[in-house]
Ligand binder design. Structure first.
Ligand SMILES: [Zn+2]
Length: 246
């Protein structure tokens, strides 16, 4: 082989091994994020704590995890529409939380949202998988301790468990798994409503937000990702995605 070919071959080997090392890192991130449900991650499969295995080969979640890792700085507007598309790795969340409404429902419990402020006005159905119910209870307690001027933003929670597709899309919303909550609609901004009002082009979306960051921080501390960080923002939406914070 001449010198030029050697250099190309070495570069190729280096790139491929780099990609593999990076993919392995991302899978380890997944295991760290979900210690209750993922027992081990090898080069070829994800081993779940129920003994089942999910082959990694040809598994589109690889792209999703890498996309997540690229956005780990979580700066506002950094997460693109493609990153939040669920269709390619829905299989992963179906395995984690339930493959049908019936299966998801067997794992749901009711928690009362901020009962010391709102009484028993807001029962929310959330999953017990990964301790999401306990995490949301801790969030609820922390929000109760904020000055009362903050409470209007988290009053009237619009939705928790609800098996449905994302509006106008072919893939399931994270609400389907009992891991998402929408806070007060009256103070929320959704990119599509703002876009339709402003008649601007889609490449010029600028985040509009009324939700105080004190509230966002309380959710993020428990591994809940905020829709206000997405380029196509949805500021009332929070979902349990601890792999983004590992
Ligand atoms: Zn939502």
């Amino acid at each position: 082989m001449d010198k030029k070919l050697w250099i190309i071959a070495l570069f190729f080997i280096f790139s491929v091994s780099n990609i593999y090392a990076r993919k392995n890192d991302e899978f380890i991130r997944l295991q760290l994020a979900y210690p209750e449900t993922i027992k081990e991650v090898t080069n070829s499969y994800i081993g779940w704590t129920d003994g089942k295995r999910m082959l990694i080969r040809h598994f589109p979640i690889i792209d999703y995890i890498i996309a997540s890792a690229n956005n780990v700085d979580l700066s506002i507007g950094s997460i693109s529409r493609d990153d939040v598309r669920r269709d390619s790795y829905e299989v992963f969340f179906r395995k984690m939380y339930g493959n049908s409404p019936e299966e998801v429902r067997t794992k749901l419990v009711t928690i009362y949202w901020m009962p010391h402020v709102f009484g028993k006005k807001y029962p929310l159905k959330v999953t017990t998988v990964n301790g999401v119910d306990k995490k949301l209870t801790r969030i609820s307690e922390a929000l109760e301790k904020l000055p009362s001027s903050f409470h209007k933003y988290v009053d009237k929670p619009a939705s928790s468990y609800y098996w449905r597709n994302v509006a106008k899309e072919e893939y399931l919303s994270m609400h389907s798994f009992g891991i998402a909550i929408d806070i007060n609609l009256d103070y929320s901004n959704y990119w599509l409503w703002d876009y339709m009002r402003s008649k601007r082009t889609l490449t010029h979306l600028t985040l509009r937000n009324k939700i105080p960051m004190e509230i966002v921080e309380i959710f993020e501390k428990e591994g809940f990702s905020w829709g206000g960080r997405w380029y196509h923002y949805d500021t009332m939406h929070f979902e349990y995605r601890p792999e983004l914070f590992v």
